[in-house]
Every structure is written in structure tokens, then in C-alpha cells.
Design a protein around this ligand. Sequence first.
Ligand code: DP6
Length: 331
Amino acid sequence: MEKTVEARAHANVALVKYFGKRDLALNLPAAPSVSITLSPLNTVTRMSFTDNDSDEIWLGDTLADSKFSTRISNYLYIFRELSGEHRGVRISTQNNFPTAAGLASSASGFAALAKGAARLFGLNLSEAEMSALARRGSGSAARSICDGFVVWHRGEKADGSDSFAQSIAPANHWDVRVLVGVTTTGPKDIGSTFAMERTRLLSPYYQPWIQTTHVNAAEAVDAIEQKDIEKLGEITEYSALAMHGAMMATEPPIVFLKGTTLDVFHLTRQLRKEGIGAYFTCDAGPQPKVLCEAKDVMTVEQRLREFPGILDVIHCSVATGATAHFIDHES
Ligand code: DP6
């Protein structure tokens, strides 16, 4: 009987954003980024070999369409090459949060897939090698491999071997929370890969954005080590707004922010006036995310829940890195 691997990876939220590639095919970033791995948002992926050389990919109970299946099969080719095992793989994967709505499903998805595939194909890899492989599926997946507070190095090498993520501090280092405000559950209009490539090619603010990101990433690492929420929060807001500013300056402009998203940014400013350390961020979608320390989270969550346009709030804590193990076939 074929053995089944079960892999699990959490989503992550970038405090200093990855938005621009120095190599498109290898997902090599133009600048470092800094993130927090987030529970409970996760992907659970089960994988086993098929008895032929074709892959079978299920998203929950639905067989994946050919575009998605081809992307996964191409990605698995890396593991086939590394292991010398040219076998087909049956994959079934499930997210516990809305897919493709700016909640980083590709990050947890490819981190789980990479971790599971390495186990299934019998590859013995370091965490850095694992992260670099996850990166090839989707850049931000490099960070979801790692525990807690994470930096993803830009690297210098053309082959990307020095562009991997690494934990700055474990999940239990500092009890911060991230509240995701759900404003829509539908898929977004354009993907982050497309948006970042257009921004690189067309935004007059792209170079300044990349330059400031280098500085911000180094400062964010310091702020995390010092548990300085004010400093980390200011960098977080700056990075999100600068990223959106750069993409809004393309022609035609790319605008992910909705009215509610921006209103939540102003809500965080209001909360700070009231002495509560709440800070805004937002990725390539309309969902606002609010960072705060655990001591303030009840107040912040309540204010966010009652906020007009917010359909739901997902309360996230700092999570550990990705895991994979063999399970009994029946379970
Ligand atoms: C805005 O990792 O989805 O969320 O590497 O092309 O797959 P690809 O892009 P992806 O981009 C994430 C962009 C972001 C910022 C971030 O997570 O750092």
C-alpha cells in the first residue's frame, strides 16, 4: 500500500512586504521581507504516489482545473529531478480560509506542498533548502516554512541558493496578534504576481520602494528582537502604504484598497490616539489586517468587529513552521 504524507503549513503576513522580483522564473525578490507566520490560517495537504506517471490534484472535493494542475505538476518536477523518482503524485489539499482573496493562500499552499513533497520523495533537506524550494512555488511560501518571526533574505546569487527565509525569533518570543478584517470572500481581480511585475516595469516609484524596503527590513528585525511594537508597527504601516503607493502609480493603476480597507487604516490611527498600539497592513487584496500586542487585542477586535463593512474578523496568533509526516493510509 502506498504511504501517504500529510503536510501542514500556516499562512504568513508580511510586515515588510515582498513586492518585486530580481528573477521572475525563480521568484527571487528584489529586496528582503519580514513576516509573521499565522495560526489558525493553514493548508493541509495529503500526498501519495500514483501507480503511473501522471499527477492527480484535488482542491478539497473538487478536481483541480488543468491550469492549476499544470502549475503543480511543473513544480513537482523539481522534486522528481532532485530525487530521481519520476512518479506521479496524488494530492489533496484544503485551506481553512478563503482562497485567493488576499489571505496568502499560495504561501501556505506551496509551503505545505514543498514540505510534503520533500518527505514523499525522500529528500533530506535543511530548513534553508526547504524554504528556497517553497519559494520556487510562490515567493511568500519561503516564509511559511519557518517558525514565528521570519526574514526572507534577498540573496545575491543568480541560482537563488542564498535566497531563503529564516526564523528571527520563535513563535513564543512575543505574543502579538493579527486581526484579519474580512471585507469580501470572493476571488480578487488580479493576482499578486501580475501586480508586482507591472509595478516593477511601470511604476516610477519602484526603485525608491525597493531601496526603502532594504532599510525597513533591517529595522523591523531589530524591532522584533527588542519587542518594540511602536517601531515595528510604524514600519509595518509604512511598508504596506508604500507598496500600494508604488502600484497605484502604474498606468493603468492597480488599486486593491477598498473604502473599508482605508477606513480601517484610519481606525488604527484613532485607536493609537486612545493609547492602543494598533497598526494597519494590507496585501494584494482588500482585506485590512491589524497588528497589536495580546494585551490590546480584545479592544481592537471589538472595534474591528463593529466596524461598517467588516463581515468577519479572523483572530490570528504567531504560529510555528511547516510540518510533514507519514500517516496511516486509512486515517
Ligand atoms: C503583497 O508570494 O503571492 O502578499 O512569488 O509571484 O507567487 P509570487 O507572489 P506572492 O506575493 C506576495 C505579495 C504580497 C506581499 C508579501 O506577502 O510579502
